[in-house]
Each structure stands twice: as structure tokens, then as C-alpha cells.
Write a protein that binds this ligand. Structure first.
Ligand code: NAG
Ligand code: NAG
Ligand code: NAG
Ligand code: NAG
Ligand code: NAG
Length: 951
């Protein structure tokens, strides 16, 4: 402490002497406090004058700090109240600093001149302080993608200059505040163009007062909340509206009839609510390009006659809303039309697309309707029509291409580069201008899922280039790739920004570039960067302080006399300084696991992890001996698994994603978050992860006895007798029951199979591989997915045909697994589907139901050694019922297996589960640990009567 005060004295003294003339001292002190409370402030913060050119991210006017832009600089720590001292500050951008945590200090309200506040994608928690309402000059407020909680403070309504309000993706709850009496509310924001409040937990009604005719709103995004009640008819007062998202709430009642007076509306999302009454008429809303009304409780209605008149329509989604009758061919002649999704209705008669159909038409989904005829000549080959589960497909079998589905997840892939073939160094990439360099990479995530035309975004790269040029940033080119629909049904686009000055950006440049990208208010997407850390390994700010202080002491020794003066000044500032020191982070030393140091940008995408460590790439490399072949213990489409040893001796299994695997950073994050939440003896546990240099690595506990698949198939040399098989399957059932009933939110695994069940030393089963898992609010209720995922042979046919996912899909896969336990056959072997084989063979009159011929010889074929087999088979058949509703829950399955285990002649081995019955003298223990979905596939092309044999 004493040492620090001395350092402080010298610092304050030096700056006071040298810098006062250039930078106002209150700003300097505030900067110093920032430097002291936060780690990783720029190394360039070491000259004598913050308002000179050298302090990265700082801009001044008349010696006062007016702009602080420190986006994506790995700032670590909590913001102190001293942030409120920059009394002339106009712009504050601290975006993309995931390790910037704690609450937003109320002193933020002291920034009376602030016009832009960007805290996008940081680690803030706690409430948004009421004092935010004091920022009278505020125009842009972006707090999206943090963990802010509590309610939206009504004082936000005081921000009369605000045009941009973005609180998306937080944990905000309670009602949307509107004014009453002297209390302000969002309805007072007459200059606001954007209300982005989606992906929170807002509840209550959408207040009718929220909308007035004086407003100038163009976007109202309230999707993915818990709002209830009616859509207020006052919405019609806001004539400027262009995009309205109310989807994924619990809104009910009738849609106001006056909705079609919103003549400027381009996108309307009402899907996944409980709206009732007549299907609202959108007649005359001729600018509409995107309409989604799916999954509501509207009265049955004919295909709406006004639809063929919405000239600008590109996408129509009306799934599951009881549409009847035929679709008029005129509808398909809309010139902009691309995508039509009308699954799960009662549309009947013939499908006639006409000859004059729109040139842009790509996809027509009509699954689960009553269409009987489809005659179309000269249909362009790139138009995909899906009529699965219509009478027409029942009659004509599966031969027609329209009777099978095809995934639609990749929406656009940029043309491959036209550069001469060059191999760049690893982590480098070829820029559009054919130079190898280290690009800044990230994701552009669309705020609305409409993506009318790739052409609409092709100029985005050029616009960005203009912005970069205007900021004198050394950017060579921008490349946009891979327009995809992710698991959450968000549309994403990959972006790469290439450097021009050298083959990499320096830290200051990264910060400036991401700062431009944190303010994409003119575009329909958010930018989320991946870590960029090939160069300039981080120097902790402490180190640079020390270097600086040393220099300062040398410089100052000639003017020793003035120390006294400095002392007096310092005394003045003592209180503030002490406060600053108290708030500094004590954990600055590197611990053995560097992950705890929250180093570099790598923490950028990874929030909220309990008990999960972050590893550096170097550590992972070391503990797998540079990913040596000897340590390779399994592989799959996704990448490889290595065995590793941590410095403390603990064995781990390390799953390293292939560089070209399709999993994006967000999905990787989702998997880590999911795994860090679930803890159960029958689930494999996550120890840590590494997200660095484009690597996606997960570190799991090492489970020594390999997979259940290896055991059952005889690969591992381990032999399980019948009672032990029952115990293993009971373990797996418990793990799964935990995911369904005890995890919150609940989790559907989606890829239950024997190669995803691991066995530990005590032959305790552990469910692994959550790569395809889906978190849901209620696993009992169905959830429509556009992409059916799972593994051939284990996949629930109901889910496959309807795309409705519930926990019962896992139960089906579990049923298949049970049959595998008895027969040791793959689900599909030599073209035969095990479920059908067993079902056909069962003869309940006979002993062992007459299944001896297919029972795995390893467990014998005597009914005396196979106690309870009949009950087990009965249970598996219940799990394999056609409809999910008829299948038991995993909890029921657990109970039933337990009761089988209690039968006479079975539980006498229970004393030592670990003893291994083996027909061999020596047991060679399997070492393969397959954490991958080897044979996972994405939807579509697999026939229900399986004919394909998996590898
Ligand atoms: C809102 O502004 C008014 C004056 O414009 C002020 O009296 C009131 O205290 C402010 N309310 C909040 C919550 O900041
Ligand atoms: C919408 O339709 C109008 C009239 O047909 C046309 O002028 C306008 O260009 C269209 N807008 C878009 C975005 O396609
Ligand atoms: C980073 O690059 C900029 C030019 O874009 C340069 O002015 C600055 O000195 C560089 N910073 C470092 C630390 O090299
Ligand atoms: C953010 O973007 C808007 C619109 O492009 C622009 O007017 C504003 O100056 C930008 N703000 C900052 C801090 O760059
Ligand atoms: C786009 O997708 C391709 C193929 O999946 C992949 O190799 C490439 O890395 C992706 N590009 C970016 C920028 O993510």
C-alpha cells in the first residue's frame, strides 16, 4: 500500500507539472483512476499528455477529454464511479470487453455532455442505474448483449434526444415503462427511431400508452420476451413504423383490425404467440417484404385473398395457423417472392405455381398439409418444393424430389476467391485482394431474420471501407461470407477485415475498427468479434506503469524541490486515489492456470461460467504434447479428441474442433454455457475451454473406459453381463432424466446413442457430447426446428417428419439404445432397422419373447441369466412408440429400470458394479473416448425406412 501511494505521488506530481497545460487535471486524474482500476488499458497510455496524440483511444477538444473509445481492448475489472468525472465526455465506447464486469456505476449520470454510450457485448450485471435518465444529451444508447437485470428504469424516458435505444439480449424483466403523472416513460421518447428490447424477460402487457401519433419510431423489436395481453391498437398511431417484431411472446386476443393502416411497414413478425380471432388482414400494406404469423391460434381461414396483392413480399411464413383451401397460382407470380413457409396447415386440392412465377422463388414448404396433386411443367430446378406428409406423397411414395426435405441452413456462400492458388500461413487468410494476412474476424448477426437479397448487403463492405478510410484506418479490404441461419434461427454473416499497413493489425487499430463496428446503427445487424491475438502479446498495464514510473523518477530528480508542491497536490487528490486503489483488482499475478488471469481477448465471447477454467492455447498444446498422435483417442466429423494431462496430474479429454467445422463462436459459447450449468454424476463434466486464435477447444474430465459403443461392439475388450448392462443403462437414463427434468432451462440432448455414453472406472455411465443439444423453456412442449438434427438410426421419426422437438425425441433414441444393449447390433445393420427387426420378432407367448436368436451371445440366452429381459423389451417398445405422447418420460424409464433391477436374481451382483465379468483372462480396457457425433447429419435426406448403413 505504502509503495502504491508513493507511485501515485510521483505520477500525480509528474503529470501535474508536465501536463496541466495540455490536459485538464480532473480528466487526467480520472484517466489515472481508470488505469488503476482496470487492467489492460492501452500500453500507449504512458506519455505525459493524454490529450496529445499518443494516448490510444482518447480524443480531446480544448484540453478536455471528449471521446474515450476502448472497444475490444481486453479491459478487465469493474468500472469505478470516477468514470463520472469526465465532465466534457461526449462519446464512451467500451464495447466487446467481456471481462469488464460488475454494475454500471450511478455516476455515469454525471456525464452531462454524453451523446453516445456504447457498452455492447461486455460483462455488465446488475440494474441499469436510474441516473441514466440524467444524460440529457444522449442520442445513442447501446447496452445490448450484457447481463443487465432488473427493470428498464422509467428515467430513460427523460432522454429526449435519444434516437437509438438498444437493450437487446440482457436479463431485463418487468413491464415496459410508460409515463404517468410526473414519472417519465418510453412514450416520451419522441425522437427515438429504434426500440430494440428483444431477448429479455420483459413481462406484462404492451402498454397502449407506449405508442402515440407524435412518435417517429421505425423499429419496435420486442421479440423473445414474456409479454402477455393484446397487441394495443394504438400501434396504428405510429405511421413511421417499418419493422415490428412481437414474435416469441405470449400475446393473446385479436390482432387490432387497424394494423393495416401502417402503410410504411416492411417487416411484421407476430409468430409464436397465442393470438386468436380472425387472421388479421394486411390488405394494402404494399411495402411489406416479410410477414411471419406462424404458430398462433387464429380462426381457421382460407388462404388470404389479399396476399397476392402484397407486391413487395419476399418471405411469407404462416405455419400452423389452420389455413384451408387452395393457394391461388397468382400468389406465386409476386416478382420479389423467394421463400414461402406454410407447413402444418390444411391446405388442400392441387398445388399450382403457374407459369408466370416470380424469378426469385427459391423455396416453398408445404409439409403436413392435405395437398393431393402437383402438376408443374418447366419448373426451374433451383426451386425447392417440399410436400412431405401430404396425401400426394403418401400415394406416390418417396420417389419425387418434393417428397423429401432439404436443409436450408446455408443461405448464401460467397463465390470462392479468384486469386491464384496460394497457401497462407496458418491463421492467415487470403484477402479479396489476394494478399495473405491475419484478418479480424467476427459475426454480423441480423436483428431481424429477413434477408431479402444478398445484393442488398453486397455494398455493405464498400460502405464499411468508406467508414474505415474516414477514420484513417489501415484496412485493405472487407470480405463477407457464409450467410447462415444458426440454431436460434438468427441469420448470421461472417465478416473478415484485412489489414493493409502490415500483415496484421496492432491493438490500437483493432480497437478503432471494432469501435466503428459497434455503431452499425444504419445497418440491420450487430457485430460480434472473435478474439484477435496473433500479435502484441498483452503487457499488463501494471508493467507499463512501472516502466513509466521509473522513467518519471529519473526525469523528476532534477526538479526535486517541486516534490513538496506535488505532495500538496497529491494530498488534495488523496481520497479519490485511495478509492481507486481500493477498487483495483488484486488478482494480477499469473497463476499456474493462466485461464484465471482472464487474459487477452479470448474471454470476449464467454460470459457467466461457473467453475469452468479458461486455458491458453499454449497450455492445451503442452498438456497434449503438441496434439501428438499418441494422445489421439477419437475423431469425428467435428474434429479430434486427445488425451491430456494437466500440470497437476489430472487426466483430461480434449476435444479440438476442426478449423472448418461449422460451429460458430456463438454455438461454441452456447455449448460451454450449457455444460457449465449441468452437474450430475451421469453427465460428463466440463473442466475448461480454450478459445484463442480461432481454436475452439473443450476440456472434459477423462472417462477411462471408453464408449458404450466400444464395449457393446466388443471393440474395447470390456464385457458387460446382463445385470451390469442394466446398471449402465440406468445411469444413462438418470443423466438424461436430469437434463429433461432438473436442468433449468431444460435440455434436449438430441444425439443419444451408444457412442455418446462413456463409462468410468466404476462402469458408471456418463452422457457426453452436447454439441447438438437444445435448451428450452419447457421440454414437454413442442418446439419447431427448421433443421432436424440427430444420428441416423436413433432419430425419432415423429421429430423427423414434423420438425417438432420435445424431450420425447430423446426417449425414442433411448429406446433404440436399449435394443442395442440387448442385441449388440447397430441401429441399422446390413440395411435392417433394429426397431423393426425386434418388433417383428417379438412373440409374447414365448420365453424371452422369442428373441434368443438376436440376443447378444455375451449376455447368454438362458432365461435364467436374463431376468427381466421381457420387462426391458416392453419398456423399450414404449419408448419407441410412434407418437411422443405415448412414450414414457425419462423419469418413468428410470423408475422402471430400477424396478427391473430389483427382481430376484439380479440385484445380487450389486455389491460390486466395478467387477468385470469377462470371457477373457485379461481385460484390455478401451481408451477411445468419442465425444463427437460421428454420424450426425443435418436433416433431410435420410429415408424413414432406413436403407443406409452408417459407417
Ligand atoms: C426527468 O427530467 C425532469 C426535468 O426535465 C426532472 O425534473 C426529473 O427529475 C427527471 N427524472 C429523472 C428520473 O431523471
Ligand atoms: C415495393 O413496391 C413498389 C411498388 O411496386 C416499388 O416501387 C418499390 O421499389 C418496391 N420496394 C422494394 C423494396 O422492392
Ligand atoms: C498501431 O498502428 C498505428 C497506425 O495505424 C500507429 O500509428 C501506431 O503507432 C501503432 N501502434 C503500435 C503500438 O505499434
Ligand atoms: C454512430 O453512427 C451514426 C450513424 O452512422 C453517426 O451519426 C454517429 O456519429 C456515430 N457515432 C459514433 C460515436 O461514431
Ligand atoms: C465459410 O464457410 C466455409 C465452409 O463452411 C468455411 O471454410 C469458411 O471458413 C467460412 N468462412 C468464414 C469467414 O467463417
Amino acid at each position: 500500500m505504502g509503495e502504491r501511494v508513493l507511485v501515485l505521488l510521483v505520477l500525480v506530481f509528474t503529470f501535474f507539472l508536465v501536463a496541466e497545460a495540455e490536459t485538464a487535471h480532473e480528466d487526467f486524474i480520472a484517466l489515472w483512476s481508470l488505469m488503476d482500476t482496470l487492467k489492460n488499458t492501452p500500453a500507449s497510455w504512458s506519455g505525459s499528455d493524454p490529450c496529445g496524440d499518443s494516448w490510444g483511444g482518447i480524443k480531446c477538444t480544448d484540453s478536455r477529454v471528449t471521446s474515450i473509445k476502448l472497444s475490444s481492448t481486453s479491459l478487465t475489472g469493474e468500472l469505478s464511479g470516477d468514470i463520472g468525472s469526465f465532465s466534457e465526455l461526449e462519446t464512451l465506447d467500451l464495447s466487446y470487453n467481456k471481462a469488464l464486469t460488475g454494475s454500471l456505476p450511478p455516476e455515469i449520470g454525471n456525464l452531462q455532455k454524453l451523446s453516445s454510450l456504447f457498452l455492447v457485448d461486455c460483462g455488465f450485471t446488475g440494474p441499469i442505474p436510474d441516473h441514466i435518465g440524467s444524460l440529457e444529451q444522449l442520442v445513442f444508447l447501446s447496452l445490448n448483449k450484457n447481463s443487465f437485470s432488473g427493470t428498464i428504469p422509467p428515467s430513460v424516458g427523460n432522454l429526449s434526444k435519444l434516437t437509438w435505444l438498444d437493450l437487446t439480449e440482457n436479463d431485463l424483466e418487468g413491464a415496459i415503462p410508460v409515463s404517468s403523472g410526473s414519472m417519465p416513460g418510453l412514450d416520451k421518447l419522441l425522437n427515438a427511431k429504434h426500440f430494440h428490447l428483444g431477448k429479455n424477460k420483459l413481462s406484462g402487457k404492451i402498454p397502449p400508452q407506449l405508442f402515440t401519433s407524435e412518435m417517429t419510431l421505425i423499429h419496435v423489436l420486442l421479440d423473445n420476451n414474456q409479454l402477455t395481453g393484446n397487441i394495443p391498437s394504438t400501434l396504428g398511431l405510429v405511421q413511421s413504423l417499418e419493422v415490428v417484431r412481437f414474435d416469441k411472446n405470449s400475446l393473446n386476443g385479436h390482432v387490432p383490425q387497424n394494423i393495416n393502416i401502417l402503410k410504411n411497414l416492411q417487416e411484421l413478425y407476430l409468430s409464436n404467440n397465442k393470438l386468436s380471432g380472425p387472421l388479421p388482414s394486411l390488405r394494402g400494406m404494399n411495402l411489406l417484404t416479410y410477414v411471419d404469423m406462424s404458430n398462433n391460434s387464429f380462426d381457421p381461414s382460407d388462404f388470404p385473398p389479399w396476399l397476392p396483392m402484397l407486391w413487395n413480399l419476399t418471405t411469407l411464413k404462416m405455419e400452423n395457423i389452420q389455413l384451408t383451401g387452395e393457394i391461388p397460382a397468382t400468389f406465386f407470380s409476386l416478382v420479389h417472392l423467394q421463400n414461402v413457409v406454410l407447413n402444418n396447415n390444411n391446405l388442400n386440392g392441387s398445388l399450382n405455381i403457374g407459369t408466370n412465377y416470380g424469378k426469385k422463388l427459391k423455396r416453398i414448404e408445404l409439409q403436413d398439409n392435405k395437398i393431393e396433386r402437383f402438376e408443374q411443367k418447366d419448373l426451374a430446378s433451383n426451386i425447392k418444393i417440399i410436400l412431405v406428409n401430404n396425401p400426394i406423397c403418401h400415394e406416390e411414395g418417396e420417389t419425387q424430389s418434393y417428397c423429401s426435405d432439404a436443409p436450408a441452413n446455408v443461405l448464401y456462400t460467397a463465390p470462392t476467391s479468384s486469386c491464384p492458388p496460394v497457401t497462407c500461413r496458418s491463421y492467415q487468410d487470403l484477402s479479396p485482394k489476394c494478399k495473405c494476412a491475419y484478418p479480424l474476424m467476427g459475426i454480423l448477426s441480423f436483428r431481424t431474420p429477413s434477408f431479402p437479397d444478398w445484393q442488398n448487403y453486397s455494398h455493405f463492405g464498400e460502405d464499411l471501407m468508406d467508414d474505415f478510410k474516414a477514420n484513417y484506418l489501415p484496412v485493405d479490404s472487407v470480405s463477407l461470407k457464409n450467410l447462415t441461419l444458426n440454431q436460434l434461427q438468427d441469420v448470421e454473416l461472417s465478416i473478415q477485415v484485412f489489414p493493409s499497413r502490415e500483415d496484421h493489425f496492432n491493438r490500437t487499430e483493432i480497437s478503432s475498427i471494432t469501435s466503428v463496428l459497434s455503431n452499425l446503427t444504419n445497418y440491420p445487424f450487430y457485430f460480434y468479434p472473435y478474439p484477435y491475438e496473433y500479435y502484441e502479446p498483452m503487457e499488463s498495464s501494471k508493467k507499463s506503469n512501472v516502466a513509466f514510473v521509473t522513467g518519471a523518477i529519473v526525469g523528476c530528480s532534477v526538479v526535486l524541490v517541486l516534490l513538496l508542491f506535488a505532495g500538496i497536490y497529491a494530498f488534495y487528490q488523496k481520497k479519490r486515489a485511495e478509492k481507486a486503489i481500493a477498487q483495483s483488482n488484486p488478482f494480477s499475478e499469473t497463476s499456474f492456470m493462466r485461464g484465471q488471469r482472464v487474459s487477452k481477448d479470448s474471454k470476449i465471447m464467454i460470459p457467466q461460467l461457473k467453475g469452468v477454467r479458461q486455458f491458453s492455447f499454449a497450455e492445451v498444446k503442452k498438456c497434449t504434447r503438441n496434439f501428438s498422435q499418441d494422445n489421439d483417442i477419437g475423431s469425428g466429423g467435428y474434429g479430434k479428441v486427445y488425451k491430456g494431462t494437466l500440470p497437476n496430474g489430472q487426466l483430461v479429454a480434449i476435444k479440438r474442433a476442426r478449423k472448418d467445422s461449422n460451429q460458430g463462436g456463438l454455438e461454441f459459447k452456447a455449448e460451454i454455457e450449457l455444460l457449465s450449468r449441468v452437474h450430475h454424476n451421469n453427465l460428463v463434466s466440463l473442466i475448461g475451454f480454450c478459445f484463442e486464435r480461432g481454436e475452439q477447444i473443450l476440456v472434459y474430465e477423462y472417462v477411462p473406459n471408453g464408449t458404450l459403443y466400444d464395449t457393446i461392439s466388443g471393440k474395447s475388450g470390456l464385457r458387460l453381463d446382463w445385470p451390469r448392462r442394466l446398471k449402465v443403462i440406468l445411469g444413462a437414463a438418470k443423466g438424461l432424466a436430469y437434463l429433461h427434468d432438473h436442468a433449468n432451462p431444460c435440455i434436449i440432448h438430441r444425439d443419444i446413442k451408444s457412442s455418446n455414453i462413456l463409462l468410468d472406472d466404476h462402469l458408471n455411465a456418463k452422457v457426453a457430447d452436447f454439441g447438438l443439444s437444445k435448451t428450452m423453456v419447457d421440454c414437454n412442449k413442442d418446439h419447431i426446428t427448421t433443421q432436424v438434427k440427430g444420428t441416423l438410426g436413433y432419430l425419432d421419426p415423429e421429430y423427423y417428419t414434423t420438425q417438432r422437438l420435445t424431450e420425447k425425441s430423446d426417449v425414442y433414441s433411448f429406446g433404440v439404445l436399449m435394443l442395442e444393449m440387448i442385441t449388440a447390433r447397430k441401429p441399422i445393420e446390413r440395411g435392417k432397422y433394429i426397431v423393426k427387426v425386434v418388433r417383428d420378432l417379438i412373440d409374447r407367448e414365448k420365453e424371452l419373447y422369442g428373441l434368443e436368436e438376436i440376443v447378444d451371445p455375451v449376455i447368454g440366452s438362458e432365461s435364467s441369466t436374463l431376468k427381466g429381459l421381457e420387462n426391458f423389451v416392453d419398456l423399450s417398445m414404449k419408448c419407441l412408440q410412434e407418437t411422443g405422447d405415448d412414450r414414457p418420460s425419462m423419469n418413468d424409464v428410470v423408475k422402471e429400470i430400477e424396478s427391473i433391477l430389483l427382481m430376484d436374481g439380479l440385484n445380487n451382483t450389486s455389491g460390486s458394479i466395478a467387477s468385470i465379468s469377462s470371457t477373457f483372462d485379461e481385460i484390455t480396457r478401451g481408451t477411445s473416448q468419442n465425444l463427437f457425433s460421428n454420424e450426425s447429419f443435418d436433416s433431410g435426406v435420410v429415408p424413414l425406412q432406413p436403407k443406409i448403413e452408417p459407417k
